[in-house]
Design a protein. Structure first.
Length: 355
C-alpha cells in the first residue's frame, strides 16, 4: 500500500512538473497536440471498458472531443495572440485546463445525481415509484441543461468569448476616461432625486450566458443609475468593443442581445450626500483607470483596487456611500444578491423592461 501511495505521489509531482514546463516552454502546436492526445487517450480508454453501456461511452467520447475543441479554440484565439503579462496568465489557465477532461468520467459515472449513473442490482431491486419519478425529473433537467450547454458553447459564442479575452487584463488598468464630462453633468443634475437605481439584467451576451451556467441564475449583470430615466447607467463591462473593458457607461439598447432579454429596475432610498460620494468615487476611478476583473470571477479577489466585475462594483459603490443593505465581501456578490439578500425590504421594485 505504501508503494502505491509513493508511486501516486511521484506521479502527481511528475504531472505538476509537466504542467509547469508547458506553461514556460509550450508552443501553440504543443498545447494542441497535448489536448488531442488526452482526448484520444480517454476516448480509447472508455471505449474498451466493458462495464459501460454504449450510451454512456458515446456521451463520454463526445464530451472529450467537445472539451478538446474548446481548448484548441481557446489556445488559438486567446492565449497565443496575447502579449506580456496577459499572455503568461492565459498560459497558466490553459495549462490548468488540460487535466480537466480526466474528471469528466468520474463526475458522470460516480455522481449518483447524474442521469448517467449506473445503478447496482441492489439499487434496481429497491427502486420505488417515487424514485422513478425523481429520476425522470433528473433526466428532463439533464436534457434541458445539455441543450443549454450546447447553446452556450456554440462555435459563435466560443469565438466571441475567447476572441475577447485578449482585450482584458486582471493586472493593470487599461480603461481610463471612458466617461465623458457630459455623463457627470447629467448625473449631477439627478442628485436631488432621493433614490439610486439598481439595474439587474439578463442581456443574453455570450459572456453572460457562460456565467449563468456557473451561477445557475437567470440574471447575471448589475448596474447603477443616478436618474429614473436611466440616462446615467454605469457599470463594469467589456466595453462593447468600443471602449476597453472596465468602468463604462451603458445604454438600455445594449442589453438587448437575445429575444428574451429583460431588465429589472429597483430603487434604493439614499441621501444627496451618499449619491455625491458615489459619483465622486466613480469620477476618481474614471481618472485613475480601471479594468474588468475577469480573473476575479473565479478567485473572488481583486489584484488592484479599481479592477472589478459588475456586481462587485455596484456593491462597492453602495458600501463606500454607507448605503449597502446587506453584508458580504464585494468579490463574493452576485447580481441577484441585490434582490435575494434584501431581507429588510429596503429596495423598491420599479419596473421590468422586456425587449
Amino acid at each position: 500500500m505504501n508503494n502505491i501511495l509513493n508511486y501516486q505521489h511521484l506521479l502527481n509531482i511528475v504531472l505538476c512538473g509537466i504542467l509547469i514546463a508547458i506553461v514556460l516552454f509550450g508552443t501553440l502546436p504543443l498545447f494542441i497536440l497535448t489536448a488531442v492526445f488526452i482526448a484520444l487517450f480517454l476516448s480509447v480508454k472508455v471505449s474498451v471498458l466493458v462495464q459501460y453501456n454504449l450510451r454512456l461511452k458515446v456521451v463520454l467520447v463526445v464530451a472529450y472531443i467537445f472539451a478538446m475543441i474548446v481548448q484548441i479554440v481557446f489556445y488559438a484565439t486567446a492565449v497565443f495572440p496575447a502579449n506580456g503579462t496577459d499572455h503568461l496568465y492565459l498560459r497558466i489557465i490553459a495549462a490548468l485546463f488540460l487535466p480537466l477532461p480526466f474528471l469528466l468520467e468520474q463526475i458522470v459515472v460516480q455522481n449518483k445525481n447524474s442521469s448517467f449513473y449506473l445503478p447496482s442490482v441492489e439499487d434496481i431491486t429497491t427502486f420505488t415509484f417515487a424514485e422513478l419519478q425523481k429520476n425522470q425529473e433528473r433526466l428532463r433537467h439533464s436534457m434541458a441543461s445539455f441543450s443549454r450547454i450546447r447553446t452556450v458553447f456554440s462555435p459563435n459564442n466560443m469565438q466571441e468569448i475567447f476572441g475577447d479575452l485578449n482585450r482584458h487584463s486582471s493586472f493593470r488598468y487599461i480603461n481610463d476616461g471612458s466617461l465623458a464630462e457630459d455623463y457627470f453633468h447629467t448625473a449631477a443634475e439627478s442628485l436631488d432625486d432621493p433614490y439610486i437605481y439598481i439595474i439587474i439584467s439578463n442581456t443574453g451576451s455570450a459572456a453572460s450566458e457562460l456565467i449563468s451556467l456557473f451561477t445557475q441564475k437567470q440574471f447575471n449583470h448589475a448596474s447603477l443609475s443616478f436618474d429614473q430615466d436611466l440616462k446615467t447607467i454605469v457599470s463594469y463591462n467589456g466595453g462593447e468593443r468600443v471602449y476597453p473593458p472596465g468602468l463604462n457607461q451603458e445604454m438600455l439598447e445594449a442589453f438587448h442581445k437575445k429575444a428574451d432579454a429583460s431588465v429589472l429596475i429597483y430603487r434604493l432610498a439614499v441621501t444627496r450626500k451618499q449619491k455625491e460620494k458615489m459619483l465622486t468615487t466613480i469620477r476618481e476611478i474614471n481618472e485613475t483607470g480601471s479594468a474588468y476583473n475577469i480573473l476575479g470571477l473565479l478567485t473572488k479577489h481583486s489584484l488592484r483596487r479599481n479592477i472589478m466585475f459588475c456586481s462587485q462594483f455596484v456593491y462597492s459603490m453602495l458600501q463606500i456611500a454607507g448605503a449597502n443593505y446587506f453584508e458580504k465581501q464585494p468579490g463574493m456578490v452576485q447580481p441577484t444578491d441585490f434582490i435575494e439578500l434584501d431581507y429588510h425590504r429596503q429596495l423598491e421594485y420599479v419596473s421590468e423592461i422586456k425587449f
